[in-house]
Structure formats: structure tokens, C-alpha cells
Design a protein around this ligand. Structure first.
Ligand code: PLP
Length: 405
């Protein structure tokens, strides 16, 4: 019999956060080992549950949620999202500019599928949340990575962005706040990115799913609020700000220069229609979430659980010889650097696998985020202080052994 092969479309599609290292961790768990997992940004298993009022609203509305909704989503939920765009100073958003999806993930793939033809290029940050690179590839485009500068707090390198634009470049992706670096971009930098997009007629795709997970009193600026004359597609959802990742509720907002984008918008409408609609019960949680008590603020405030975990993990990493880590201003990740002189790593996946085998701690290698050199890894700081201390203690012990090899 002929072997059944996967589609050639998948040749350059990669999503290492749930890749071979996770498969090995699962196998080890089946063998009875306890693995401390610092690998996935899924808040609920670590005790960060969705606010009760959201859960209650979903339950209350369940009897009304058996049918399909409008393909773009429930009107009341989209209206609440529209009000949220007004709070964020994004100009000119109407209810019809809003599409609700089964998480931001579905909408990222939809937005890229609606846009790209073979040979089209999209500027994607390095490091990135790898779904962006994967979605561009799956849609037949090419992800061109622009560098974020670790020495400058992981801000995008504007010269690198400019140098990578050519006649095939269609769009630029901005992940702000950033996964995996925890960087938050200031308005001045965002304005410069908008100017680049304006000059080169690029669409801005803004992934802002962590826009409320901010530390040290920081505030978030939506790039779309600075780009009234540039086509902007902004993504957000319930997964992180409201710790409801399993609900699968996200949205996409079209703003800015829409007049010349009617054909693209038709494409988005078609793809939204083809999948009928997003999970309806979860849509009933959106209005309550956006209008309700923002309990995320308690978690990120000084002394709040997330803030304490960030501080602990950041300090412990920087105390390890040859490890340096930019302090995250937002989100739930750290992306430390290993000094290549002290840790001469050829293959960072193998390195992370060895850590797993020896110390039963699960991390994700930097290359999983399209980082070009094997000298970084990502830490999720969702586990409680005891588990983080235990896990990072084991990482320190592993690195100690690695240096002495
Ligand atoms: N965008 C970023 C930057 C993320 O980190 C994640 C999940 O980790 C997503 C999108 C996916 O979000 P959702 O759960 O809404 O699909």
C-alpha cells in the first residue's frame, strides 16, 4: 500500500510548543514521573481560573446557545468589543468590523488565508509566537523574520524591518505585549512602525492578547489607535486576560483604511461563513468579561500572584552563571539567554530534551519561537512559587552539570 503522506503545504509549518519534547514529557508521565511544566501559557491548570461571573453567565445562557450564531458572532458580544476598541482609542470601528473566532488562533489562520498568495511575504518578529510563522506558511506565504533587539529590552529593530521590505511584502505582524519575551512597546516605537507601514502600504496585524497582563503600572497602547489611515487587524480574546483559554473565544477587529480593503474583507467574510460560527456558549462570556471586574489587575499588581512569580523567576534565572534575562513588563513568559561561551549548544531541542530527561522540567527551546541561534529558551511563570523555585533550582543544577562537561 502507498504510504499516506501529509500535504506539501505543511512542509514549512512548525509548532514546537506542542512538538516532540512535549510528546516525550507525556510518555515520561505515563511511566510515572512527575514533570514540572513551564512550557504552555495555559493559566487554568495553575489555579488561575476564569472569573466566576463569566462562568455563571455562560452557564445561564447555555439554554440559548444551542444554535449557530451569526458567522461574525453574537451582536451583544461584538458591541462590547466595539466599546473596548473605543476605550483603546481605535478609531472608526463598527460592529461589522468585528469577527469572533474560536480563539485568536483560528482568526490568525483565517486572516492569513484570506490574504496570501504564493510568494507573498509577511514580516514576523523573531522571536515570535510561532503560530504566526506557521499560519503564513500554511497560507502559502513566506514569513520574513525581523529581529527584536534583546539589548534594547526586546524592542523590534526598525532598521532590520526596513531592510527586509521588498515588493512582495504585504504585511507586518506586531505581537505586543510579546510572547515569548514579555516586552511591551512604547507609543513612540509603535508610531515609527506605523510610519513604515504607511510608506510601504503594509497591513498591520496586531496580536494584543496580553494587553491587560501588565506589570509595574505599565499601560498598553494599541497600535491601531495610532494608525487611522493604515489598514489594521487587531486580535484579542478571553484566553489570557480572563484566564479562559479553554472557552476558545477570541476576536479580530478591522480598523483604519478599510475603503481599499473591500476585497480582502470579502475574503474574511467568506472564511468566517465557511466555518459557520465560533463556539456560541463562550461568546456569552465576552460582554461580561469586558464590562466586569478586571481581576487580572489584582494578579499583576505588586504583591499579586503573577507579579510575585515573575519577580522570583526573573531573579532566579539571572542568578544562574552565564544566564541573562530581560525583565518582562507584560504577559507570562521569560526568554533568557545562555552565554554561548559557557553553554556551547548546537541543537537547542536536544538541550531541552536532556533537561527534561535529567531534571523532569519541561521548557521550550528558543528555536521553537523562530529564534535563529541555539542560545535561548522560554519559561512560563504560571506555576506557583514553590513549583517555580523547585523547577528553576533543577534548571540551575542541570546548567551547572552542563558547564562542567
Ligand atoms: N497569540 C499569542 C501571542 C499567544 O501567546 C497565544 C497563546 O498562547 C495566542 C495568540 C492564542 O490564543 P487563543 O487561545 O485565543 O487561540
Amino acid at each position: 500500500m502507498q504510504p499516506v503522506m501529509k500535504s506539501a503545504k505543511l512542509a514549512n509549518v512548525c509548532y514546537d510548543i506542542r512538538g516532540p519534547v512535549l510528546a516525550r514529557a507525556r510518555q515520561m508521565e505515563e511511566e510515572g514521573h512527575r514533570i514540572i511544566k513551564l512550557n504552555i501559557g495555559n493559566p487554568a491548570p495553575f489555579g488561575f481560573v476564569a472569573p466566576e461571573e463569566i462562568i455563571q453567565d455562560v452557564i445561564l445562557n447555555l439554554p440559548e446557545a444551542s444554535g449557530y450564531s451569526d458567522s461574525k458572532g453574537l451582536f451583544a458580544a461584538r458591541k462590547a468589543i466595539m466599546h473596548y476598541t473605543q476605550e483603546k482609542n481605535i478609531p472608526g470601528v463598527q460592529v461589522e468590523d468585528i469577527y469572533i473566532g474560536n480563539g485568536v488562533s483560528e482568526l490568525i489562520v483565517m486572516a492569513m488565508n484570506a490574504l496570501l498568495d504564493a510568494g507573498d511575504e509577511v514580516l514576523v518578529p523573531a522571536p515570535d509566537y510561532p503560530l504566526w510563522t506557521a499560519a503564513v506558511s500554511l497560507s502559502g506565504g513566506t514569513a520574513t523574520h525581523y529581529m527584536c533587539d534583546e539589548g534594547a529590552g526586546w524592542q523590534p529593530d526598525l532598521d532590520d524591518i526596513r531592510s527586509k521590505i521588498n515588493s512582495r511584502t504585504r504585511a507586518i505582524v506586531i505581537i505586543n505585549p510579546n510572547n515569548p519575551t514579555g516586552a511591551l512597546y512604547p507609543a513612540e516605537l509603535l508610531k515609527e512602525i506605523v510610519e513604515i507601514a504607511r510608506q510601504h502600504q503594509l497591513i498591520i496585524y496586531a496580536d494584543e492578547i496580553y494587553d491587560k497582563v501588565l506589570y509595574d503600572g505599565a499601560t498598553h497602547t494599541s497600535i491601531a489607535s495610532l494608525a487611522g489611515d493604515v489598514l489594521c487587524i487587531t486580535f484579542n480574546g478571553l484566553s489570557k486576560n480572563y484566564r479562559a483559554a479553554g472557552f476558545r473565544a477570541g476576536w479580530l477587529v478591522v480598523s483604519g483604511e478599510k475603503r481599499h480593503a473591500q476585497d480582502y474583507i470579502e475574503g474574511l467574510n467568506m472564511l468566517a461563513s465557511m466555518r459557520l460560527c465560533a463556539n456560541v456558549p463562550a461568546q456569552f462570556g465576552i460582554q461580561t468579561a469586558l464590562g466586569g471586574y478586571q481581576s487580572i489587575n489584582d494578579l499583576v499588581a505588586p504583591g499579586g500572584r503573577l507579579c510575585r512569580q515573575r519577580d522570583l523567576a526573573w531573579r532566579m534565572l539571572n542568578d544562574m552563571p552565564g544566564v541573562s534575562c530581560v525583565k518582562p513588563q507584560a504577559a507570562m513568559y521569560l526568554f533568557p539567554r545562555l552565554d554561548p561561551q559557557m553553554y556551547p549548544i548546537d541543537d537547542d531541542q536536544r538541550f531541552i530534551l536532556e533537561l527534561l530527561e535529567q531534571e523532569r522540567v519541561l521548557l521550550v527551546q528558543g528555536s521553537g519561537f523562530n529564534w535563529p541561534t541555539p542560545d535561548h529558551f522560554r519559561v512560563v511563570f504560571l506555576p506557583n512559587v514553590d513549583d517555580l523555585t523547585e523547577a528553576l533550582g533543577r534548571v540551575a543544577r542541570f546548567l551547572d552539570g552542563y558547564r562542567k562537561r
